[in-house]
Write a protein that binds this ligand. Sequence first.
Ligand code: GLN
Length: 486
Amino acid sequence: MNQMTIHDLHEKLLAKELSAVELTKTFIAHRDAAEGEIHAYLSTSDEAALAKAAAVDAKIAAGEPVSDMAGIPGAIKDNICIKGETCTAASRMLEHWVAPYNATVIEKLEAADYVSLGKTNLDEFAMGSSTENSYFGPSRNPWNTECVPGGSSGGSAAAVAANEAVWALGSDTGGSIRQPASFCGLVGLKPTYGLVSRYGLLAFASSLDQIGPIVKDVTDAAIVLNAIAGHDPRDSTSIPMEKKDYKEALKTDVKGLRIGVPDEFFGPGIKEETKEAVKSALAFYEKEGAEIVPVSIPHIKSGVSVYYIIAPAEASSNLARYDGVGFGFRMPGEDIVDMYIKTRSAGFGKEVKRRIMLGNYVLSAGYYDAYYLKALKVRHLLKDDFDRAFAQCDVIAAPSASGAAFRFGAFSDPLSLYMEDICTVPVNLVGAPSISIPVGFHDGMPLGMQLIGPALGEERILNAAYAFEQAHPELTRTAPKGEMEA
Ligand code: GLN
């Protein structure tokens, strides 16, 4: 069962080589054996999972058609609402909060007969890059448990890499799908802003947030995207468009594809091994008939600064609702103001409070123009840079992170950890789609490469990613902690 992907297992289910119930039980057992070390999950939902799996078996037995994902156990990041289940955002504030409704992605997955084994760990309210900011303690990297799995969707990535789930949903505001996928040797796709509904995703920075898959290969990314993409009137930023079949983009032909390579993504902050791995991937594309085009995105240098103004500004507004009245945790006080203060002081962790303070500062009278408005302007300049680059190329290649997964506690000051987001945040600021795929190893730990497309360019990046993956089967490996009995 080692390399089991959604598409492999789907074939086996249809061929009746195994049942969805057997499969679900196998993954539950493997999850329970691995969790002590990995801690990918915050809650589990085995009863519901087995009931859904049984329903899929019944459909298959009756000869009814089933979706590509039907009956295949996955996991959902714990900032996505599933009706009747806790949705904690890995925060004390929501430790016992039960979601009263389903996120749109969950409704879509229901329609595809999905099976979920539970909710996965994250940095509190998705703020962080390592899961070290989770109120419930970090997850561990299945390639080396002394290293972080990345973040904020670190639990989702750890679950898939450790074979505690076949697939998982993550959310990406500034890299939270791509960076953990890269750290755990997986494929992670951040869709175009507006392609996947944000309804029912606990808001962090609403102009940046997107939900997407963390999976073992590019085909699985297309399958999950097929299930969750689509217009939703309940999300005002959702793009009205026809549904597509992203599996049609899975072709190995990249002849004539123009791959833009911005120097700015290969600067001094990026480790040599990462640069070399991406460069060797570029050599592969060239050999296959793609064209490598040097492009320039000068405002990449401002990406981290702009992101760490805009994201906290939006977060400070979005998190104002957690006041001890409407949701979750409450610490009693002398009067209402005292209750607010005590609730928010005790309910939020250090990083969340830091972001709220930063956000309130950049939005306050006297600083609004100097910081927030300025950041919005630079965001436009960055968008112009990307538009100019995409006039010369079809996709852009870049590292997913500066290097491989780092050790726990490696970053003691928050600013140096923020700098680590340099490769991913520019993509969210311009709303573009990007896929991270495994591109090599360093000291036994996986390295990732991003393929970035223009808005709604999912097909191009899936095509380019698939071509590379099919020619490099040695890079789709199982993490040591993911090994399963046959
Ligand atoms: N690491 C980034 C941050 O801390 C991105 C997080 C995310 O994408 N949710 O904000």
